[in-house]
Ligand binder design. Structure first.
Ligand code: PLP
Length: 400
């Protein structure tokens, strides 16, 4: 394509008439899933059976952790992991995360105390967390978009205060912190296998822990709190994983490395293409770390780029490119938490107000990435001419 074409927002043809989806889940072959499922299915063991055990073993081996407990989703895994630690009072958690991180605390009766993120890495700002942590019972941090957060600093802070750490590792299966697999840190790390994550089960979660007591508690907790004698030890959940989901997950695990390599190639292409474009910054990943690139997220500096984030999204949408503003609104701005005491998080507000996640999935072609990069260049170059027509779009047009 060429920069001489007319932008769709100015009346030209869209660059992608058939559209580029934001995500296309990497699904393993259905035939393989069915073949794997058949023994459990035929035996009538439909949930929490041999395939779930096999998934737990394979994942524990891969991560090098003592226990992996499979659960119905990451949210229930976080709820049960937090429950296992028996803490009460308040818990420090970044606001720049997915709502489920804070929900897992709130469902355990813990009041979230939100802290800042770093403007470049978008990860927990540990210095800010240290100013807010006094008296808290738990520290939670997310590996944002599949890039490891500063785990050593997080752990050091928590150890200093004598409190446990749970990592929301929803995006992080396959990520490495200085060579060590995410899954090894803190009291527990919890992964998601919902359709947009690097490894998929349909719905599913994995609690990774080196702590025997945490693993036991999550195992009992996913089964109503029933250790097997129907005398429930605490108020648990039904958070079991079905054999159907485990079959999908086991096949997905076989493809994980290939899919991660493709995601990383897409990310590399974006990084090279977007470097130097005024007003656009890509999430910074610490040197020596490997991200899963569950998302490829940029920030748009409206002044330097010429258009604010929402306008960039509208402009790309007109060209057929689907994007998301992850994580916006930040959790402390969400209605679910409006009853909490007000908190000032200016960096988080800026980051959440300027993030835009671009399409990334294993079979996204690199020439499509090149075109999206080129469109972003054109958007900057023509920002003056685009501003009026974008503003003229009705809200409903912008949302389509
Ligand atoms: C997707 C996601 C979750 C929730 O995962 P589920 O498996 O859907 O419960 C939690 N935290 C983060 C950061 C996520 O992106």
């Amino acid at each position: 394509m060429t920069v001489l074409r007319t932008s769709a927002i100015l009346g030209g043809e869209p660059a992608f008439p058939n559209g580029v989806p934001f995500v296309r889940p990497a699904r393993p072959s259905l035939a393989n899933v069915m073949a794997r499922l058949a023994p459990s299915y035929d035996s009538g063991m439909l949930t929490n059976g041999a395939l779930v055990r096999e998934l737990e073993e394979r994942c524990a081996e891969r991560l090098g952790v003592r226990h992996v407990v499979a659960v119905s989703c990451c949210t229930s895994g976080l709820m049960l992991a937090v429950r296992a630690l028996g803490v009460s009072g308040e818990a420090v958690v970044p606001s720049f995360t997915f709502s489920a991180s804070a929900h897992a605390l709130a469902w355990n009766g813990l009041r979230p105390r939100f802290c800042e993120c770093d403007a470049e890495t978008m990860q927990i700002d540990v210095d800010d967390a240290s100013r807010r942590i006094g008296g808290a019972g738990l520290l939670m941090a997310t590996h944002v978009f599949g890039a490891p957060c500063p785990v050593e600093d997080v752990l050091q802070l928590a150890r200093y205060h004598g409190i446990p750490v749970v990592f929301d590792a929803a995006h992080g299966f396959g990520a490495l912190r200085q060579g060590v697999p995410i899954g090894n840190f803190g009291e527990a790390e919890v992964f998601s296998m919902s359709p947009t994550k690097p490894m998929v089960a349909g719905e599913g979660g994995l609690v990774a822990t080196n702590d025997d007591a945490v693993a036991d508690s999550v195992r009992i907790g996913r089964d109503y709190g029933n250790p097997g004698d129907y005398d429930t030890r605490f108020v648990g959940l039904n958070a079991r994983m079905s054999e159907l989901h485990a079959a999908v997950a086991l096949e997905s695990l076989l493809q994980l490395d290939e899919n991660l390599a493709r995601r990383r190639a897409v990310a590399q292409r974006y990084l090279e293409g977007l470097s130097g474009l005024p007003g656009i910054a890509c999430q910074r990943v610490d040197i020596g770390d490997e991200s899963t690139y569950k998302d490829f997220t940029i920030t748009v500096d409206a002044g330097a780029y010429g258009l604010p984030r929402d306008s960039v999204a509208t402009y790309l949408r007109a060209e057929g490119v689907d994007t998301r503003a992850y994580f916006w609104p930040a959790v402390h701005r969400q209605q679910a938490y409006e009853a909490l005491p007000p908190v000032e998080l200016p960096i988080t507000d800026i980051v959440a107000g300027s993030v835009l996640s671009l399409p990334i999935f294993p079979d996204l072609e690199l020439d499509v990435v090149d075109t999206i990069v080129e469109l972003l260049g054109v958007g900057h170059a023509l920002s003056g001419a685009l501003r009026g027509p974008i503003a003229g779009r009705t809200i409903s047009q912008q949302l389509i």
